[in-house]
Ligand binder design. Sequence first.
Ligand SMILES: [Zn+2]
Length: 64
Amino acid sequence: MPIFEFICNECGCEFEKLVMKSSENNEIQCPKCHSSNLEEKVSGFASVSTNGGGGASVCTPSGG
Ligand SMILES: [Zn+2]
């Protein structure tokens, strides 16, 4: 999904913007103070645990 998160360095407002082209982010302004001093928020990629081949996952039962 081409949605980028931006953080305004002026008022600290966080908002999402649908950016089609990477060069279009130059026209993005803060919806609150309309400032162009924005910072692109990099959303951390969710680490997906991939199991190589068929392997039985070991799960230790918590018991006491
Ligand atoms: Zn702002």
